[in-house]
Design a protein around this ligand. Structure first.
Ligand code: NDP
Length: 317
């Protein structure tokens, strides 16, 4: 065995509400958890502004504050945090082998996967070019910069409907661009969209290109070329910002071939638990949740994962 390897009872990968809650419970159960926080400690909530639905905050709380509180709570009970990613995992035998992005090797008796999900992108070159300069995947983070301006939201699900409604309170006009002629969003969200005058639907359409210009040292979006997917007709819409809201992708690339995944990449867990098909490997939060995807449900499943890990270790001692 390499001298570089350390041996751990419990390694938690990911630091959203699921990871931190797993850490609080695992630390209190004296598993001395090691957490890899990833490159965005705190996860998706750190790019959110107001969180009004996390129980225990009657006045609401901001995403970054709630994540900082969860982190402090996990540290208080002795969780060791490491900034960075796990680059490779080998679950073929226990202890499991994890390799971080500094090539450090860790042997883990149990692994809790809490790597969450990331926003999906359209995949057109101009989207990358203007990312951060008028292209965003988070209206609550960046909407503020578009006061009294014109924006587009792309997508037809609850997120797109919610972001369009949210933005309509700040901006002059919102184009909601969707590739079909009906929304996937819940009926209640659809009604909100249709009842909001500032939102104009652009049906059956996709963005072909995001166009912009150099403004001093920075770039700025000035419009989009939209294609009607039925007629093939193209037109330009002048606007200042584009919000992509076409869903999320679970962060499971390094676990392919190691744990059982659904076709869309989400980790399969045994219903009512956080167990994966590998004994000793558990998954919690958005990485295994295609339905609820809420901070509080992620936190709840993080608690379950730590309890599952603790019981697994006790029953194998
Ligand atoms: P969804 O997967 O529900 O919707 C994604 C939308 O993006 C769909 O309309 C889809 O089109 C469209 N889309 C996907 N890929 C592309 C692409 N490449 N180009 C153009 N359009 C594309 O994701 P959401 O993030 O909206 O929601 C995820 C989950 O979270 C859902 O279960 C939702 O109900 C829930 N949620 C609940 C909220 C609430 O209750 N307040 C708020 C936000 C989310 P198509 O319809 O044609 O497939």
């Amino acid at each position: 065995m390499s001298t570089e390897r350390e041996h751990r009872q419990c390694v938690i990968i990911g630091s959203g509400p699921a990871g931190y809650t797993a850490a609080i419970y695992a630390a209190r159960a004296e598993l001395k958890p090691l957490m890899y926080e990833g490159m965005q400690p705190g996860g998706q909530l750190t790019i959110t502004t107001e969180v009004d639905n996390f129980p225990g905050y009657p006045e609401g709380v901001t995403g970054p504050v709630i994540m900082e509180d969860l982190k402090k709570q996990a540290e208080r009970f002795g969780t060791e945090m490491r900034f960075g990613n796990i680059a490779n995992a080998d679950f073929s035998k226990r202890p499991f082998l994890l390799v971080d992005d500094d090539d450090k090797e860790i042997l883990a008796e149990t692994v809790i996967i809490a790597t969450g999900a990331s926003a999906k992108w359209l995949g057109i070159p101009s989207e990358q070019e203007y990312n951060g300069y008028g292209v965003s995947a988070c209206a609550t983070c960046d909407g503020y910069f578009y006061r009294d301006k014109v924006v587009a939201v792309v997508g037809g699900g609850d997120t797109a409907a919610e972001e369009a409604t949210y933005l309509s309170k700040l901006v002059k006009k919102v184009y909601l661009i969707h590739r079909r002629d009906e929304l996937r969003a819940s009926k209640a969200m659809q009604q909100k969209v249709f009842n909001t005058e500032k939102i104009e639907m652009v049906w059956d359409s996709g963005i072909k290109e995001i166009v912009g210009e150099q403004k001093g040292f920075a770039k700025a979006v000035t419009g989009v070329i939209v294609e009607n997917l039925k007629s093939g007709e193209e037109r330009r819409i002048d606007l200042d910002g584009v919000f992509i809201a076409i869903g999320h992708k679970p962060n499971t690339d390094i676990f392919k071939g190691q744990v059982e995944l659904f076709e869309n990449g989400y980790i399969k867990t045994v219903p009512g638990s956080t167990k994966t098909n590998i004994d000793g490997v558990f998954a919690c939060g958005d990485v295994q949740d295609q339905t609820y995807r809420q901070a509080v449900t992620a936190a709840g499943s993080g608690c379950m994962a730590a309890i599952d890990a603790e019981r697994f270790i006790s029953s194998n001692e």
